[in-house]
Ligand binder design. Structure first.
Ligand code: XLS
Ligand code: NI
Ligand code: NI
Length: 444
């Protein structure tokens, strides 16, 4: 990958990050991510399709509810919005290329400051910055994994966007949605994301839930019809999250999204999910559970990689570093044959106190190494251990005889009851959880 440096080098102390292997002490080298190494028949780069995100890495400066962020970015120095946006894009592409990230993602408002723009003014600004992005993509070979619209930060969307109870506000959001979809298509974005943002409610006292959900389904149909009509054949991803900012989000988890799509006649050929690790844990699920539900519903589209914190219960979006958790997830990932259209996007931020410019490199190196290493371990478990055989054995009574008849729908409840009577007290069979867990740790 050619490292792109604009008018100014923003990260002069870091050069291109290369694979050096696990014995390297260089904090600016990959210990595990070796882009061209083949694992389970494909390169790591092809399996993982890593992506950098604009919002946490180049926009957020570490603010929290108690104060503004301490992180200082030189690309924010220019006085006008266009100057800042161009500088930020120079910094972003310098980072992506130095980091060997083949993809990136953005919200429309990450690219350029919205300020008090009308829709037309915002559209012009987006034209300006996407012209630059197009050039940067061509020069570097980096591609847009997905685009999305920020329809949750601006106070006008405080009651939602596609679920807003006030039609003029919903229409205003629709205008912005169209700008973001156009920008995504212009940049050959491979996918388009809907994260629910404020699409949910806080109190039922002021909310007609069914009206809001029907409107949201209409909104998704319109978006899909528009982009398909333009000849775009990427995938739409819905990103489940159970809470934050609203109390009840309409896209709580993957199972909820699956039911919603089915109810409102939205096909999983068009819509899949973008599963974020910390959103899974907020929903009291594991990351691997969400991946499995998605895979079983033909919806395993993409991943927002990060992790939560055991001691608190909000979306901390930390960089992934838990090999055990990621290995269990990569078992599901590999058995499902990988992601459908998406990639592994680092929706993760360095901690508020990590104020050195090089810290964002260190965070991404750790995240990429965690996924790469877990991919290798999961492949070892699947190909070298008794894991698959042990799981299959638990279900083998459904493979032949009456168990098979049951699976094939050949038994009535009367016949099932006859068999059950004849069985007597069935044999007690251990679930062997500890053995499964030990196998995972053995291969780590
Ligand atoms: C917020 C979401 C957001 C989406 C994109 O919690 O993760 O960052 O990924 O809108
Ligand atoms: Ni996300
Ligand atoms: Ni998050």
């Amino acid at each position: 990958m050619t490292v792109l440096i604009g008018d100014k080098e923003y990260f002069p102390t870091v050069s291109e990050i290369k694979y050096e292997g696990r014995d390297s002490d260089n904090p600016f080298a990959f210990k595990w991510y070796d882009a061209d190494r083949i694992v389970a028949g494909k390169t790591m780069k092809e399996w993982l399709r890593f992506s950098g995100c604009y919002w946490h890495t180049f926009c957020g400066q570490g603010h929290d509810p108690f104060g503004p962020g301490p992180q200082r970015f030189e690309w924010n120095n220019p006085k006008d919005a266009r100057g800042r946006a161009a500088a930020k894009m120079d910094a972003a592409f310098e980072f992506f290329t130095k980091m060997q990230l083949p993809y990136y993602c953005f919200h429309d408002t990450d690219l350029i400051d919205e300020e008090d723009s009308t829709v037309s003014e915002f559209e012009e600004k987006i034209q300006f910055i996407t012209d630059i992005a197009q050039k940067k993509q061509d020069e570097s070979g980096i591609k847009l994994l997905w685009g999305t619209s920020n329809l949750f930060s601006n106070p006008r969307y405080m009651n939602g966007a596609g679920t807003n109870p006030h039609f003029p506000t919903l229409a205003r959001a629709g205008a912005q949605l169209k700008v973001a979809m156009d920008a995504t298509m212009k940049l050959n974005g491979e996918n388009y994301v809907f994260w629910g943002g404020r699409e949910g409610y806080i109190t039922l006292l002021n909310t007609k839930m069914e009206r809001e959900q029907e409107n949201f389904a209409r909104w998704l149909h319109m978006a899909k019809d528009y982009m398909r009509g333009q000849g775009w054949n990427g995938t739409f991803f819905i990103e489940p999250k159970p809470m934050e900012p609203t109390k009840h989000q309409y896209d709580f988890d993957t199972a909820t999204v699956a039911g919603f799509l089915q109810k409102y006649d939205l096909s999983t050929d068009d819509f899949k999910v973008n599963i974020e690790v910390n959103h899974a844990t907020l929903a009291s699920h594991t990351f691997q559970h969400e991946l499995q539900v998605a895979a079983d519903n033909n919806m395993l589209g993409s991943v927002d990689a990060n992790r939560g914190d055991y001691q608190n219960s909000w979306d901390t979006d930390q960089f992934p570093n838990n090999i055990n958790e990621t290995t269990e997830a990569m078992l599901v990932f590999l058995e499902a044959g990988g992601l459908q259209g998406g990639g592994v996007n680092f929706d993760a931020k360095t901690r508020r106190e990590s104020t050195d410019m090089e810290d964002i490199f260190i965070g991404h190196i750790g995240g990429m190494d965690t996924f790469a290493r877990s991919l290798i371990i999961a492949d070892d478990i699947l190909t070298k251990s008794k894991y698959t055989e042990m799981r299959n054995t638990r279900y083998e009574t459904f493979e032949t005889g009456q168990g098979k008849d049951f699976v094939e729908g050949k038994l009535s409840i009367e016949q099932l009851a006859e068999i059950g009577k004849a069985v007597g007290e069935p044999e007690q069979i251990s679930g062997k959880q500890e053995l499964f867990e030990n196998i995972v740790n053995q291969y780590i």
